[in-house]
Design a protein around this ligand. Sequence first.
Ligand SMILES: Cc1cc2nc3c(=O)[nH]c(=O)nc-3n(C[C@H](O)[C@H](O)[C@H](O)COP(=O)(O)O)c2cc1C
Length: 278
Amino acid sequence: MTDAGSKLAAALAERFGEDFAIPQTAGLDALARMADHRSMRAYAPREVPASLIRTLCAVALSAPTKSDLQQADIVIVSDPTVRAKLDEWCGENPWVKAAPAFLVFCANNRRQLRIHERHAIAFANDHLDAFFNAAVDAGIVLSAFVTAAEAAGLGTCPISAIRNRAADVSALLGLPDRVFPVAGLCVGWPAHPGGISPRLPTGLRVHENRYDEGDLDAAIAAYDERRNRTRPFAKQRDPARFGTSPAYGWSQDKARQYAAPERADFGAYIRKIGFRLD
Ligand SMILES: Cc1cc2nc3c(=O)[nH]c(=O)nc-3n(C[C@H](O)[C@H](O)[C@H](O)COP(=O)(O)O)c2cc1C
């Protein structure tokens, strides 16, 4: 196998705990790099050139977009005063403050409305679909930016915590109605190599012709066990409420996470900026 093929196989084996037969194909270097993805939360004290950020934005905005509607925007936060506010609001994620660069990926349905006004054609597709399409586009652009940044040697960490105060973030960034933040993104040169985060087995998530989850509980138990062996959780969530568990794993962590509502005011904010969600 080629060097890139071996790297790809090793990254996928570590990620999924499975062996993959790597085919001979073009682009193995790029695939190996994507499979090796890792969120990075510690950065070297080195600036990221503005020209590199702008170039990565353009590359990310080259991603596919629903119906060519182009409903994702990126806000580069370079003003230290604005940045300080976001750092403060994301205080539970100290890597936001530590990141040399910070971006906010937004969904933008406003332009579509303007287009309707411009042509005096009523906007009738005004229901959940409008919100959904714009949010999906923003997620796709975020993902493309992460891949592009990693190809350039940068490390990134998406930040949904900015939506904890979506209305405040909107006001701070001057987002008009029908434009909303989907996620922030820390960007910087990695301070250390980081590590591959294991994922659920592909058998659970890749289906052929028909959805088939097999023995879901057994698969989750096996994943919890593999993850505990390879990348155990450093901390248990909310021990005051749930105590500590000797077999704390991914599924328990996720169950504890959503035992409390997060961003329960987000729907009200989205409606307030003009979306209809029915
Ligand atoms: C939309 C989105 C929002 C995220 N928000 C946060 C966040 O607020 N804080 C954080 O530390 N990581 C955040 N992450 C990073 C995830 O925790 C990370 O992707 C996940 O743990 C898997 O790790 P990996 O990216 O290294 O494979 C977010 C990721 C995505 C895609």
